[in-house]
Ligand binder design. Structure first.
Ligand code: PMT
Length: 406
């Protein structure tokens, strides 16, 4: 099941470290190539020789023990398809959540851009500590998978939540994530993100509170799952896939249209302004001392999503039935509503003509605009609706792809 997969295991200094020996065997038995990095404290619980024998690979501990040209933390991060940190102590969790890189394991985790699973194990008091809770939430918000510890008798003598979760659970999660990874390979996915910026004069503009987080989470997920990704966004961001920087709705329209022919799927998560200033002054507009009011004339922006759907449907109409099997591109819109979410979303999907419409309630502060979290309902053309409960945007993004691509 894991043939050809490269799994990197990070072991930290907790008593459950000995259990990872069995996990290495489970991965190896199923065809994976396993590499191990340890914190120096992990070696108080399990020996390097044991891990080396089981993984049949060199075990990394010292960041500056550089065998090749590439720094060790980069080569470990480049080579692996997934990283598992188990058992993860409160100390290592805190460091990773705060970007601290003071040993090989934490440096690799910081450089790692593919999926990470963390399986914590610690004393129950430590697990319930507020700082640990906050660090766990931070990691979840960044899309790191957390496999929570289990209740039971702990090595420290306490009874409570803190035992490393069952090894089968870790194994199954690894297989599940890796099987998702190449789901989108061979597909070109174009995603828009962030609010558009409509200039008024040389120093002022109209925009909205969209941070781009939802669209970027979708783009990261699509990339993680093997797609060829183009992100069209007003947000400054550096990614290992194509990013096209835009400002206005018109820029966004041009950029999407340029990608249209080669796209398998277009996802419009950007918050596009419905109106723009009729005239953009090339200088700073002066305050009118003779009047208490100021009138700015706005004109409608094109409805890009609706136009894309019309264009696609027109092409499909002109094709005979056998060609129509390839219903390309799949077009997915978002729907930002502050009232009557589902009712308005239903009429919006009909009006715009997209294949899926993802509705979110932007009146809530704990989801939607700028939040790390979202709660959405996915509507399809047939009128069916599926709610995805509140979760980190990265998790919602994975669920969205599961819904639309199976
Ligand atoms: O960026 P975040 O802070 O993470 O917030 C995410 C989000 C709330 C912005 C996102 O989840 C979202 O809802 N995006 C769509 C916002 C929006 O413009 O919704 P709308 O209901 O006004 O538009 C419906 C759809 O038409 C959208 O897909 C939009 O991209 C598209 N549209 C809108 C206007 C326009 N002139 N052209 C368009 O293509």
């Amino acid at each position: 099941m894991l043939n050809g997969k490269n799994i990197l295991i990070g072991i930290t200094g907790g008593i459950a470290a000995y259990k990872i020996c069995e996990l290495i065997r489970m991965y190896k038995r199923n065809g994976a190539n396993v590499r191990v990095v340890c914190t120096p404290n992990a070696l108080n619980f399990v020996t390097k020789l044991t891990l080396q024998n089981l993984s049949q690979n060199e075990v990394g501990v010292d960041e500056f023990d550089i065998a090749q040209f590439k720094p060790e933390h980069i080569s470990y991060a480049d080579e692996a398809d997934i990283m598992l940190i188990a058992p993860a102590t409160a100390n290592t969790i805190g460091k990773i959540a705060n970007g601290i890189c003071d040993n090989l394991l934490t440096s690799v985790a910081c450089a790692f851009s593919k999926p990470i699973i963390i399986a914590p194990a610690m004393n129950c008091g430590m697990w319930n500590n507020n700082f640990v809770e906050e660090n766990i939430s931070k990691l979840q918000a960044k899309g790191i998978y957390i496999l929570e510890p289990e209740e039971g008798f702990l090595a420290c003598g306490y009874e409570g939540k803190g035992r490393l979760c069952d090894l089968n659970k870790i194994y199954e999660k690894t297989v599940e994530i890796l099987s998702l990874q190449k789901n989108l390979s061979g597909k070109k996915i174009v995603i828009t993100a962030g609010g558009t910026i409509e200039e008024i004069d040389s120093v002022r503009y109209i925009s909205n509170y969209s941070s781009g987080k939802m669209g970027i989470a979708l783009a990261d997920t699509a990339y993680e799952q093997g797609a060829d990704v183009i992100l069209i966004t007003s947000v400054d961001t550096q990614k290992p896939y194509g990013v096209i920087k835009i400002k206005s709705a018109e820029d966004l329209k041009n950029a999407v249209e340029n990608e249209y022919d080669s796209a398998d799927c277009i996802i419009m998560a950007a918050a596009v302004a419905d109106y723009r200033a009729k005239n953009i002054a090339d200088h700073k507009l002066k305050k009118d001392e003779t009047s208490d009011s100021f009138t700015l004339e706005l004109v409608k922006n094109p409805d890009i999503l609706q136009e894309l759907c019309k264009k696609r449907d027109k092409v499909l109409c002109g094709q005979n039935l056998s060609d129509r099997k390839n219903n390309k591109p799949l077009i997915v819109g978002f729907c930002a509503e502050s009232e009557n979410l589902i009712e308005n979303a239903k009429s919006k999907i009909e009006k715009k003509g997209c294949d899926y419409l993802i509705a979110n309630d932007i009146s809530r502060k704990d989801i939607g605009f700028s939040s790390d979290y979202n709660e959405v309902t996915i509507l399809d053309k047939t009128g069916s609706a599926k709610k995805l409960e509140r979760a980190a945007k990265t998790k919602i993004a994975r669920q969205i792809f599961r819904e639309i691509y199976g």
